[in-house]
Ligand binder design. Structure first.
Ligand code: ASP
Length: 361
């Protein structure tokens, strides 16, 4: 097997300047994921393999013997969760994923409790983590920081894999993986994601989950994307250019009710006002972009409603009882797909698939 190109083979300046679609080939080792930094590094085939691995893990873990097997896989490894931006779901689902595989975890969630408070650079902090841990899972409000740190680690004597758990407004690749896994499972009985219409609603300008998912969906045939938002929160031109380049059909709309009957999946998002400058919170009326019970009759009987969470008022709690509301399942899917991803990074995919096959699949 030929060794693919690695991050240590390129300067930071060249990697950083590269088209995001071309970055993936620098992120693998031994023909499997090593760093997970951008949604664009996953092909359709890989999305399907990871989805199948997540399902195998989900089923194996239903039995005590299976749980014991999974817990033994990475019991001699440690993972560091370095989350300098608020998080509950992503943080906890990564903790749970590590625990399922037996990894021990360490965490820094507040840089005021780390040496960064004493003036240490983030570079030195990350190198320190790599001295003690075998995997770094990193969330930061700075776009591109996980990429920079992964490059840095790849150029040290002790490189360890880095997973981007959300960076700035640009990328949230593992959220996109769990969103695709949720779509795969939701459309299982209706073919696949091919040919489906996905409606994105809310703050599409600053929602990194929308950006990463929109890209992953370009892997599927004849998908249509509809972006519904007030003009000031509409999806960025960079994503539209990527979609055009990939030959994907899309439409921008400002009237939510017109989009609802067309949807196979509705992906709701909250207003991301933490990105407003301090003291400049904009008053944007999003009441027309909320999913309330009166909209349920407009939705196809086999469509699904998703949300990366946390939610505010954009989906009323009463909608939760409708079987088409899959956002709680979507959240749990995050734990399974992150478990699958970590297992794949450490080369445990075959072992899990073999165990699953022996159990009768
Ligand atoms: N949890 C998601 C994120 O980290 C979505 C959100 O915060 O609105 O981007």
């Amino acid at each position: 097997m030929s060794e693919p190109i690695q991050l240590s083979d390129i300067t930071w300046e060249s990697f950083n300047a590269m088209d995001v679609g071309a970055k993936g080939r620098y992120l693998a080792r031994n023909n499997r994921e090593y760093h997970v930094l951008v949604a664009q590094q996953f092909t359709r085939n890989r999305l399907e393999e990871l989805g199948a691995l997540a399902t195998a893990i989900r089923r194996i873990s239903k039995q005590e013997e299976g749980m014991t097997f999974l817990r033994s896989l990475l019991a001699n490894h440690r993972a560091m969760l370095y989350f300098s931006q608020p998080s509950s779901r992503t943080f906890l689902s990564f903790c749970a994923a590590c625990e399922i595989l037996g990894l021990n975890i360490g965490e820094v969630r507040d840089t005021s409790t780390s040496s960064e408070f004493k003036g240490e650079t983030q570079e030195d902090s990350v190198r320190t983590f790599s001295s003690y841990f075998d995997l770094i899972i990193m969330r930061s409000q700075m776009g591109g920081l996980a990429e920079r740190m992964a490059w840095l680690l790849s150029n040290t004597e002790r490189p360890v894999p880095m997973i981007n758990a959300g960076s700035g407004k640009d990328q949230h690749p593992t959220q996109a993986l769990l969103d695709v896994y949720t779509l795969q499972r939701s459309f299982e009985k209706r073919g696949s994601i091919d040919g489906k219409t996905i409606v994105f609603v809310g703050d599409l300008a600053r929602g990194r989950t929308v950006r990463s998912l929109a890209w992953l969906l370009t892997n599927y045939r004849d998908v249509k994307m509809i972006f519904v938002a007030p003009p000031e929160l509409q999806i960025g031109d960079d994503i539209l250019a990527l979609l055009k380049g990939a030959g994907v059909s899309f439409e921008l709309m400002s009237e939510f009710d017109r989009a609802i009957p067309l949807a196979d999946a509705i992906y709701m998002t909250r207003i991301q006002d933490e990105w407003d400058a301090p003291g400049e919170k904009r008053k944007i009326d999003i009441s027309r972009f909320c999913f309330t019970c009166d909209k349920l009759p407009m939705l196809k009987s086999d469509a699904v409603i998703m949300h990366p969470f946390p939610r505010r008022q954009e989906i009323s709690v009463e909608v939760d009882a409708d079987p088409r509301a899959v956002y709680w399942r979507q959240m749990r899917n995050g734990m399974w797909i992150r478990t699958a991803l970590i297992a794949a990074i450490f080369g445990k995919e075959h072992q899990i698939n073999d165990f699953f096959a022996r159990q009768g699949g």
